[in-house]
Design a protein around this ligand. Structure first.
Ligand code: AR6
Length: 173
């Protein structure tokens, strides 16, 4: 069974097999986690993303899907890029957020990754409420079987995010 751990900090400093990026469909960078990954990981990651855009993902990576690249100068073997949904108050997009965690884990399993670091997808620039984002993240990882993944590490940027994930983890056992 996959162990779930929580740490507070910067996801780009994690030593794991795969770091999950909260990207956007363009795959060509942005702010938040995405900006930090490209800054610290160096230009090779962006070059790999450009290749994906020139081949399989001409129209970009659809929301809820995931794709891996090299990890450049990060202390990881792969970056798994996934695109979370933008929060909406009048439309339930939670299936897409579930899909991000599931698809990222599926890709991690295909790669044979044992340790995977996740940010709180969609809870920054995309506006998803942290309490709900944390519940969805923890539940989906709990319910998703993978062949290789031994540890999923949620890397939370601040006290508040850490607290919400700790609560979700305690509530779901
Ligand atoms: N390490 C860990 N967590 C972080 C870090 C970091 N270095 N930086 C921010 N967070 P966000 P999204 C937290 O905005 O909401 C980009 O422009 C942050 O506090 O990175 O999925 C992309 O290109 C929040 O809790 O991702 C997309 O356009 C969580 O990580 C868009 O933002 C996710 O925040 C994606 O928005």
């Amino acid at each position: 069974m996959t162990a779930i751990t929580l740490v507070q900090g910067d996801i780009t400093g994690q030593q794991v097999d795969a770091i999950v990026n909260a990207a956007n469909s363009s795959l060509l960078g942005g702010g938040g986690v995405d900006g930090a990954i490209h800054r610290r990981g160096g230009p090779d990651i962006l070059a790999a993303c450009r290749e994906l855009r020139a081949s399989h993902y001409g129209k970009g990576l659809p929301t809820g899907q995931a794709v891996a690249t090299i990890a450049g100068q990060l202390d990881a073997r792969w970056v798994i890029h996934t695109v979370g949904p933008v929060w909406s108050g009048n439309e339930d997009r939670s299936a897409l957020l579930v899909s991000c965690y599931r698809e990222a884990l599926r890709v991690a399993g295909e790669l044979g990754a044992k340790t995977v670091a996740f940010p709180a997808i969609s809870t920054g620039i995309f506006g998803w409420p942290m309490d709900d984002g944390a519940r969805i993240a923890v539940r989906t990882v709990r319910e998703t079987a993978t062949d290789s993944v031994e540890e999923v590490r949620f890397v939370l940027f601040d006290d508040y995010a850490y607290g919400e994930f700790a609560e979700a983890l305690a509530a779901q056992g």
